[in-house]
Design a protein around this ligand. Structure first.
Ligand SMILES: Nc1ncnc2c1ncn2[C@@H]1O[C@H](COP(=O)(O)OP(=O)(O)OP(=O)(O)O)[C@@H](O)[C@H]1O
Length: 194
């Protein structure tokens, strides 16, 4: 995916300034910056969730997004939460659930899983979509240190195995190195990448 942004405003207030961003399979890029600078806004533009920007987004890549909230379907089993949005088959869903440390939990509902388990289920769902580029918005925030470390290691391993690219937004300056990602920083008003 390739973004050439001239600017992004909300109600006449310029949030993002001119910037270019390119992430292909195998690339890992992390966007750092303080709260409110525009990280999520940038990710939402890349994800195609906010078409109201001045600029151009190109690339026919397959994208998958992991948000801080696991965004699971509450009335569907864990396995259905992987299979329905991605169209993958049952054995693939089960293999990914094993991989993220949820073996044998296929029939359980999201409410029966802890927050850390729900996050791992949403990670399994993202990789079931076989993305060229994985988009992640603060996916390791508000987890205890041990759970966050496990999920970071798991994400790195799944990226290694799949060859997917990564675009991560985070305010944690340690996460890029732990994921082998190049760090870029959003700063200024409107914010640009440095
Ligand atoms: N839908 C919206 N309507 C109006 N303003 C918005 C909207 N979404 C975001 N903003 C504003 O744009 C700015 C950037 O917000 P954004 O959520 O992208 O920041 P962020 O860097 O991701 O912050 P955080 O780290 O706290 O999540 C903020 O000033 C926010 O209030």
């Amino acid at each position: 995916m390739r973004l050439k942004l001239r600017g992004k405003s909300f109600g006449g207030r310029a949030v993002l300034g001119p910037l270019s961003l390119e992430v292909e399979r195998g690339d890992r890029v992390a966007i750092l910056g303080p709260s409110g600078i525009g990280k999520s806004t940038l990710l939402r533009i890349v994800a195609g969730l906010d078409p109201a920007f001045d600029g151009r987004l190109t690339g026919a890549d397959r994208l998958a997004t992991v948000f801080q909230e696991p965004t699971l379907l509450p009335w569907r089993s864990a396995r259905d939460n992987i299979m329905i949005p991605t169209g993958c088959d049952g054995p693939t869903a089960s293999a990914l659930m094993d991989r993220v440390g949820l073996p044998g939990r296929e029939a359980q509902y999201p409410r029966q899983l802890s927050l850390g388990q729900q996050r791992r289920l949403s990670l399994a769902r993202a990789f079931a979509a076989r993305p060229d580029v994985l988009l992640m918005d603060e996916p390791f925030a508000s987890l205890d240190a041990e759970t966050a470390t496990r999920m970071i290691d798991l994400t790195r391993d799944l990226l290694d195995d799949s060859g997917a690219g990564l675009l991560l937004v985070t305010h944690d300056p340690q996460e890029p190195a732990r994921l082998g990602a190049r760090a870029l920083r959003l700063s200024g008003t409107p914010a640009i990448l440095g």
